[in-house]
Design a binder for this molecule. Structure first.
Ligand SMILES: [Zn+2]
Length: 179
């Protein structure tokens, strides 16, 4: 057990020094994170994301979390230069993350637009900023994400937000014998 803090051992939201093992309780207590402490049967978890600035500005979202296969996963995202980037990481041994894939699905309950799905690798959790874009979903805000957005809806935290969309994250275990 090391108690040393490297520069990346700080919460990327508030820069508090933390160990990775403290991260989930920190984002629950300090950032009122939304998440799932109970495992879903099919590995799917639904999150409500929002931004108040869909066209004009970059946005960073607070991390969400969920429990799957006895481990905590973190769902992270941001909008940069008109692209929504999202990535999924696992708190645990770095090798463990290689056993999982995440499928991100956007679907609109309101509009007749096709669903979109991205399958990405699960990364070892770090408190650093966005990983390389090849490990992220990359959805152009215009015209794609905007089609899935509802105006003036409740976020997961219960407050009203300007631009809101629902997203499903589905975790699957990679069959070690198939590759
Ligand atoms: Zn923090």
């Amino acid at each position: 057990m090391s108690m040393l803090f490297s520069p990346s051992s700080r919460c990327r939201h508030c820069l508090s020094p933390l160990s990775q093992r403290q991260y989930i309780s920190h984002i629950k207590m300090v950032h009122h994170a939304f998440g799932y402490d109970e495992e879903s049967e099919d590995g799917s978890y639904t999150f409500t994301n929002w931004t108040d600035y869909i066209n004009e500005e970059d946005s960073t979202f607070y991390d969400d979390y969920f429990l799957f296969d006895g481990k905590y996963f973190v769902s992270s995202g941001e909008i940069r230069d008109g692209i929504l980037y999202e990535w999924i990481s696992l708190i645990g041994n770095p090798e463990e993350s290689e056993k999982y894939r995440a499928t991100l699905t956007l679907a609109s309950p309101k509009f007749k637009v096709p669903r979109i799905e991205w399958t990405i690798r699960v990364l070892p959790f770090t408190m650093e900023n966005r990983p390389d874009f090849k490990y992220c979903s990359g959805i152009p805000v215009q015209p794609i994400l905007a089609k899935f957005v509802s105006r003036n809806c409740q976020s997961d935290r219960g407050d009203m937000r300007e631009f809101v969309w629902k997203q499903k994250v589905t975790i699957t275990k990679v069959d070690a014998n198939s590759s």
